[in-house]
Write a protein that binds this ligand. Structure first.
Ligand code: 6PG
Length: 240
């Protein structure tokens, strides 16, 4: 069976709309000055980011309070086509009034190891403590995708970052899948510090990893935990 918390929607647009609604709800649950949302990379979430910046949602997102983080990135210049920074900038476009200091990009200019250390400091500085307290999750919402090999963020099967239990951010010198450039990824302990996790999975290419997860295979995407609920939004093509 598919993971609990699986919802099948008609198409990628419907998945993005459902994700946008859930993002608004997650923001509404946190009435403090600062909301933390962790964005996923790849191509699937582009529809969601465009929707948030568009007429239906731009007035509903509390932009002044939201801080945007990243689950992973490729160690390439930010204007490179493979960069998640570039993807997010293009997908949000000009419609998203994000205060510049609220976009917390993963640094890529000093390599994977230095970038991972710097980003862990960014997370902890924002959090305001030297370590994460399970009773007080860092993220209000974590968005994730599913790779065709079962990876999520840049936690690839069989790579050392999957076994990381201390660091919040890990270097990934060797990616498990294209683009084959080093990555920097949040680790399972960082993703677990969340009130909601939302996987967005669309397209027929995701049937194989979903079937493997459903069969109980131990893949990184299936190992994600959270202080709150984990939901999977699939489109009909992915659900098969
Ligand atoms: C990345 C990701 C990665 C992604 C999956 C799915 O930057 O590569 O964060 O984990 O979510 O690989 O990617 P697609 O949405 O492109 O299928």
């Amino acid at each position: 069976s598919l993971p609990t918390g699986t919802h099948v929607l008609t198409d990628p647009q419907a998945v993005a709309r459902e994700a946008a609604e859930r993002l608004i709800v997650a923001c509404g649950e946190n009435q403090s000055e600062r909301i933390a949302i962790c964005l996923s990379g790849g191509s699937t979430p582009k529809v969601l980011y465009g929707l948030l910046a568009g007429p239906d949602y731009a007035t509903r997102v509390p932009w002044e309070r939201v801080h945007w983080f990243f689950g992973d990135d490729r160690v390439v210049p930010w204007d490179d086509e493979r960069s998640n920074v570039r993807m997010v900038r293009e997908a949000f476009g000009h419609g998203a009034p994000i205060p510049p200091t609220h976009l917390h990009f993963i640094p890529s200019d000093e390599g994977a190891e230095a970038g991972a250390r710097a980003y862990e400091r960014t997370l902890l500085d924002f959090y305001g403590a030297g370590r994460l307290d399970p009773a007080r999750p860092l993220f209000d919402l974590v968005l994730l995708g599913l790779g065709e090999d079962g990876h999520t963020a840049s936690l690839f099967p069989g790579k050392p970052a999957v076994g990381e239990t201390e660091r919040l951010v890990a270097p990934v010198p060797e990616a498990g899948l294209a683009p084959f450039v080093p990555r920097i990824t949040l680790t399972f302990p960082a993703l677990a510090s969340s009130r909601h996790v939302l996987f967005l999975v669309t397209g027929a290419g995701k049937r194989a990893p979903l079937a493997r997860l459903a069969a109980g295979e131990d893949l990184p995407a299936g190992r994600v935990t959270s202080a709150g609920e984990i939901a999977w939004l699939l489109d009909a093509a992915a659900a098969g």
